[in-house]
Design a protein. Structure first.
Length: 223
């Protein structure tokens, strides 16, 4: 959670991070260990920068969200660079995954091109968890008319994959409605929201979409 931080506190912390990074150049650290330690100091810098943005009016315009997405993409790119022959699966909110300028997905698409595939989720009805401890169940608001979810609910199957990438490539007349803006209810995350649906164009945002007809709230594993 981003918290307010005074300018002097940020300056002092950045100076401390710089000292930490300098101390990691000692030969006592193996190269692999040193790389991870330095990356962790970079994450501290990112957090301090988020605190800086939070104190400015730009935060009301989504500045924190854009910076957070940029940092997430930066950190994923760092991991991928250390494991270039490994596939990486990233689980996040639809809004982070989607290929949209300023989002994590937009940054990753720009960096990795066709190697980055976006998979979104859409839900029909049921419940979901939405608090910090994931212990509260909330009921999904029903699909609004003419939404993607309302159309998917008319199809057979409780769980299916929509190949949006193929739809974009084939451009068949009967599937053109996928390429128009419709209400999309994928705006569900860690907190309960009154605004489940927003206008979206799925063929622009995702390569694939998984539709789950009946959602059940998550359950914590026993300790």
């Amino acid at each position: 959670m981003v918290e307010w931080m005074r300018r002097r506190e940020r300056r002092d912390l950045l100076a401390e991070v710089a000292r930490l990074r300098e101390s990691m150049n000692l030969p006592a650290f193996p190269d692999s260990t040193r790389a991870w330690l330095i990356q962790n100091t970079r994450i501290l810098e990112q957090y301090i920068d988020l605190c800086r943005i939070w104190t400015r009016s730009i935060a009301r315009e989504g500045g924190v969200v854009r910076a957070r997405d940029r940092f997430m993409a930066e950190n994923l790119a760092w991991i991928q660079a250390r494991h270039p022959d490994t596939k990486i699966a990233v689980w996040a909110h639809n809004n982070h995954i989607e290929d949209f300028p300023g989002r994590m997905g937009g940054h990753l698409k720009k960096r990795f091109g066709e190697e980055y595939l976006t998979i979104g989720f859409a839900l029909g009805e049921g419940t979901y968890s939405a608090d910090r401890r994931l212990t509260s169940d909330h009921r999904l608001r029903p699909p609004v008319p003419d939404s993607y979810e309302s159309i998917f609910s008319l199809l057979e199957g409780d769980l299916f994959l929509v190949d949006l990438k193929r739809i974009k490539e084939e451009r068949r007349d009967e599937l053109k409605w996928f390429d128009r803006r419709c209400p999309f209810g994928g705006n569900i995350g860690a907190l309960e929201t009154e605004r489940r649906f927003h206008s979206a164009r799925l063929t622009r945002d995702f390569d694939y979409l998984i539709f789950i007809r009946n959602s059940t709230a998550s359950r914590l594993l026993p300790k």
